[in-house]
Design a protein around this ligand. Structure first.
Ligand SMILES: [Zn+2]
Length: 85
C-alpha cells in the first residue's frame, strides 16, 4: 500500500461507526461477548452486510496501530511530489 492508501484507510477506520464482521476481524479485535447486529451498510468496505458498531471491535485500535507502523516504514516524499507553493 502507498502512504496515501494507508492514510485514507486510517481515516475511514477512524470515522467508521459501524462495520461488518469481515472488516472488524481484519482491523480490530472483538471485545464484547455479544453485540447487537443488523443489516446495513458497512462504513469500511461500503457493502450491505450484517453490521455491528465499531465499538464492539475496540474501535479498530489494533488495525490502526499496525497502519501507523506501516506508515512510519514508508519514507516520505517517495511518491508523487506535491508542491505547496
Ligand atoms: Zn465491511
Amino acid at each position: 500500500m502507498t502512504r496515501a492508501e494507508i492514510q485514507r484507510l486510517i481515516k475511514v477506520l477512524r470515522n467508521a461507526y459501524v462495520c461488518c464482521h469481515q472488516c472488524g476481524d481484519k482491523y480490530g479485535v472483538y471485545s464484547v461477548g455479544c453485540s447487537s447486529m443488523w443489516e446495513g451498510k458497512c462504513d469500511v468496505c461500503g457493502q450491505t452486510k450484517i453490521i455491528t458498531e465499531t465499538r464492539d471491535w475496540a474501535y479498530f485500535i489494533t488495525g490502526l496501530r499496525k497502519l501507523d507502523l506501516q506508515l512510519a516504514d514508508i519514507p516520505k516524499g517517495k511518491q508523487k511530489k506535491t508542491f505547496s507553493e
